[in-house]
Every structure is written in structure tokens, then in C-alpha cells.
Design a protein around this ligand. Structure first.
Ligand SMILES: Nc1ncnc2c1ncn2[C@@H]1O[C@H](COP(=O)(O)OP(=O)(O)OP(=O)(O)O)[C@@H](O)[C@H]1O
Ligand SMILES: [Mg+2]
Length: 260
């Protein structure tokens, strides 16, 4: 395995001088191709800011981000933007309410010329299949869909671009437990079938344990601990990680398997 993403000494702050907040503080993180990394940490610890910086949505004050070995500047070419996709907590706000699901997906395929024009229609069908949505959903507008269906559409839209890196920022936290489990299974399945590299930001340690092989713990803008999921959760070496694990609500009989 080789590093797909290399975040080196990245610092991101907001505001000026006295009022400046350092959201990300000298973070270095390497993400291997094909891996699944979970980023956990309390609210405000800089998880989203770090990933927004990877996508080029926040500008770092210091440090660098390399993707596929090439340093990313403030301006990203189309191919780079295509290769990294993010799915957010509330798909309701990121899907265009005026468009049907089919036309949202078709537009993505056309704008980015993912497939030849005559293949667009068939590819929309394949994408719906991939995220286990029924073909009829093609004609529906987002307001008619359930939360879980909307999130599947958002995932299909991200996958339409055949990204190498898929970042899910609390992508299942607005969903109820059963629906959440379905979306988690879908992400695990997509990782296996497409080889996409996953980064999941989550408050839910069980989710990270189920879906990811590496966990990264952030606090106050820094990475306090990282390592293989099994080791990190079994024997955290940082006191804050231990605190997080102790504070996580445990469902009766909760094990790695029962999250499904
Ligand atoms: N655009 C912004 N302008 C000013 N401050 C910001 C901005 N974005 C984030 N911050 C601040 O940076 C810090 C880190 O925020 P961030 O959203 O990255 O945390 P997070 O770990 O994703 O939290 P949560 O779990 O609540 O989503 C917070 O103090 C936040 O208020
Ligand atoms: Mg966040």
C-alpha cells in the first residue's frame, strides 16, 4: 500500500490576531490507498476543518497536502476535484430540490464527462443499483425521499465521479439506527467493490470500529492518537482516547458485530 493522501504539518486558523482560533494545529496524517480511516474527537476538535482543507474548501496557514504524490495548491484542477468527494450529515441541504434524482446524477456524469453522452442514462441506472435504490426513484425529487434514501442518493452522486477518496462527515448521524446500519453496510460494501479509500468523521466509536481499519483521535486541533482500530480501542495509550471510549454509550450486547 502507498499513501494516497499526505497531510503534512497543516495548520488552519480562523479570525485575526487576538480573536484567532487555531482549528487545526500542525497536523500530520497519511492515508493509505484503499484504507478506511475514522476520525473521532469532541465537537470543535477540528475534524471537519481538516477534511475541508484536504478538499480545498479551507486554506491552511501552514503545511501542505499531497494527493497521489502531488502537492495540492489553492486551485485544484477538475481531475483532482473529481477524485475526492465528500458526503455530509444532511443530504437534504446538498441535493437540489428542483431536480429529480435521475437528473442530478445525469448532470454529474455529463458535466464531468464521466461516460459518453449515450451511456449517461444507463450509468444512472447502474449508480442507483450500486446504492440499492429502486429504479423508480429516478423520477423522484428529494423532498419525497426518506433520510436514508437521500443519503444513498448523495453517495451515488459522489460515486458518479468515480472518486479515489470518499470522505463521509457524520454522514449517518442524522439517521435512525436501523437506517444508519444500512448506510454503513453500503459504505463497507462499496469500499470492497470499488476499492475507494474512505475517511469517516464520526462521533460514533462503534461506527469507526465497524467500518474503519485505522482510527485517528483529534482534540483541540491536534491528533492525540492514531493506530489500528482494534489496538487503539483495546488499549488506548492517550488518556483522552480512554475517556472517549469510556464516555461512549454502549448498547446492550454491543460488539463489533452488533452495530450491523
Ligand atoms: N469558517 C469558520 N470560521 C470561524 N471558525 C471556524 C470556521 N470553521 C470552523 N471554525 C472553528 O474551528 C474549530 C473546529 O471546528 P470543526 O468544525 O472543524 O470541528 P469538528 O471537530 O468538525 O466539530 P463537530 O464534531 O461539532 O462537527 C471550532 O472552534 C470552530 O468554531
Ligand atoms: Mg464537524
Amino acid at each position: 500500500m502507498s499513501a494516497l493522501l499526505e497531510i503534512e504539518n497543516v495548520t488552519v486558523s480562523f479570525g485575526r490576531r487576538k480573536h484567532a482560533i487555531t482549528a487545526v494545529d500542525n497536523v500530520t496524517l497519511h492515508v493509505e490507498k484503499g484504507s478506511a480511516t475514522g476520525i473521532v474527537g469532541e465537537s470543535g476538535s477540528g475534524k471537519s476543518t481538516l477534511m475541508r482543507t484536504v478538499l480545498g474548501l479551507n486554506r491552511p496557514q501552514a503545511g501542505s497536502v499531497r494527493f497521489r504524490g502531488a502537492e495540492l495548491g489553492a486551485r485544484r484542477d477538475l481531475a483532482t476535484r473529481r477524485a475526492m468527494q465528500m458526503v455530509f450529515q444532511d443530504p437534504g441541504t446538498t441535493l437540489n430540490p428542483a431536480r429529480t434524482v435521475g437528473s442530478t446524477l445525469a448532470e454529474m456524469l455529463r458535466v464531468h464527462r464521466v461516460v459518453p453522452a449515450e451511456r449517461v442514462d444507463a450509468r444512472v441506472g447502474e449508480l442507483l443499483d450500486l446504492v440499492h435504490l429502486p429504479a423508480e426513484i429516478r423520477e423522484a425529487r428529494p423532498h419525497r425521499l426518506s433520510g436514508g434514501q437521500k443519503q444513498r442518493v448523495a453517495i451515488a452522486r459522489a460515486l458518479a465521479l468515480e472518486p479515489e477518496l470518499l470522505i463521509a462527515d457524520e454522514a449517518t448521524s442524522a439517521l435512525d439506527v436501523i437506517v444508519q446500519a444500512g448506510v454503513l453496510d453500503l459504505l463497507a460494501e462499496l469500499r470492497a467493490s470499488t476499492g475507494v479509500t474512505l475517511i469517516c468523521i464520526s462521533h460514533d466509536l462503534d461506527l469507526v470500529r465497524y467500518l474503519c481499519d485505522t482510527a485517528v483521535v483529534m482534540r483541540h486541533g491536534r491528533i492525540v492518537e492514531q493506530g489500528p482500530v482494534a489496538e487503539l480501542f483495546a488499549a488506548p495509550s492517550d488518556p483522552y482516547t480512554a475517556e472517549l471510549i469510556a464516555a461512549a454509550p454502549t448498547l446492550p450486547g454491543s460488539t463489533e458485530e452488533s452495530v450491523r
